[in-house]
Ligand binder design. Structure first.
Ligand code: PMP
Length: 360
């Protein structure tokens, strides 16, 4: 069977080995006579899946014991609301670094909950770069500082993180979690929708320092309360069982490959193929991000004009490449090369880009 050359931004490509395993277990999970999505979420089988998935996450990302791992629903977008609901303390403010559309949305939702302000922004340069830490303006009373570690739409990524901050660091890692090693001790909370590097959509991973859990007030709606979710091991209500099962398969795949260090190396190699095609094109392709802020996950570029862009996208589609149009808000082109996108597919795309340039 021919698989697509999938460069979607999310939901995105899953490892073939994961799909094959899920297919094998679809009708009869471990002799239960049921598929995973038919199991009760209170069954021993599913409780094992839940726990093993958390353990895999902990070991792959070296998550210390003083952090809780939660599997929630509502996507990263619900975290835009849950973070300020739980962490923004009375009489204080929340600080946001604006590096793109998702950061803007996170700020907008926080402002509905309380006082949220901009600590730094790269909007003035059309989000081509990550603002320098030295320019941060964090109010003394800030409850936390929120960043977006990879900007899916603009194709920029933080390659180092602010240290010794006066306030806990909160990060939306939706589009680069599990793509590289992580020193979690720099962070108070991280969150990520699964549908890029972790699995299918439907589950959102939240990793939170236990100290921050104490901030959740009892008056919060239970489903939106981190403390309630942590106390019930994310089984407060019916969880997205199938998505969590897939997350487990993806984490097992990542572990067998050699873990996040290996994934980071592979991601660097893939991104380099495309950035080389851009940089060696004599300006035929222009990268959107400034070089030091380039993302290893979403490679964004433009061509000289609309006609050429349409021709590029159309020929790419005819050649079997999927998902190369830039986000509808910015246009241009974007190739998402998440963990599960095979090196050979990226090689084919780089070849295609070179051939298209030679012809035009
Ligand atoms: N943050 C980032 C960085 C994203 O890329 C996305 C989705 N593309 C979101 C948040 C929103 O995620 P969701 O659709 O899971 O709410």
């Amino acid at each position: 069977m021919k698989r697509a050359l999938n460069f979607n931004a999310g939901p995105a490509a899953l490892p073939e080995a994961v799909l094959a395993k899920a297919e094998k277990e679809m009708m009869n999970y471990r002799s239960s006579g049921m598929g995973v999505m038919e199991l009760s979420h209170r069954s021993k089988e599913f409780e094992d899946i839940n726990e093993q998935t958390m353990n895999l996450m902990r070991s792959l990302l070296s998550i210390p014991d003083d952090y809780e791992i939660l599997f929630l629903q509502g996507g990263a977008s619900l975290q835009f609301t849950m973070v300020p609901m739980n962490l923004l303390e009375e009489g204080s403010s929340a600080s946001y670094v604006l590096t793109g559309t998702w950061a803007e949305k996170a700020l907008k939702e926080a402002q509905k909950i309380g006082n949220a302000v901009i600590a730094a922004s790269s909007k003035d340069v059309n989000y081509r770069s990550i603002p320098s830490t030295s320019k941060f303006d964090i109010p003394d009373d800030s409850s936390y500082l929120h960043i977006t570690t990879n900007n899916t739409i603009y194709g920029t990524q933080w390659h180092s993180f602010p240290e010794s901050l006066p306030t806990p660091l909160v990060a939306d890692m939706s589009s680069d979690i599990l793509s590289r090693p992580l020193n979690l001790s720099s962070f108070g909370l991280i969150y990520a929708g699964a549908q890029k590097n972790l699995g299918p959509s439907g589950v959102t991973v939240v990793i939170i320092h236990k100290d921050l859990l104490k901030r959740s007030k009892t008056g919060l709606p239970s489903m939106l309360n981190y403390q309630v979710q942590a106390a019930s091991k994310s089984l407060y209500n019916t969880p997205p069982t199938l998505s969590i099962y897939f997350l487990k398969l993806v984490l097992e795949w990542a572990e067998a490959l050699g873990g996040v260090k290996q994934l980071e190396m592979m991601n660097k190699e893939k991104a380099a193929l495309l950035y080389d095609a851009i940089d060696r094109s004599d300006g035929f392709y222009k990268g959107h991000a400034e070089k030091p802020s380039r993302s290893l996950m979403n490679i964004t570029f433009t061509l000289a004009n609309e006609d050429l862009t349409s021709a590029f996208l159309q020929e790419a589609e005819e050649s079997g490449f999927i998902g190369l149009a830039g986000h509808r808000s910015v246009g241009g082109c974007r190739a998402s090369t998440y963990n599960a996108v095979p090196f050979e597919n990226v090689e084919k795309l780089a070849d295609f880009m070179n051939r298209f340039r030679n012809r035009n």
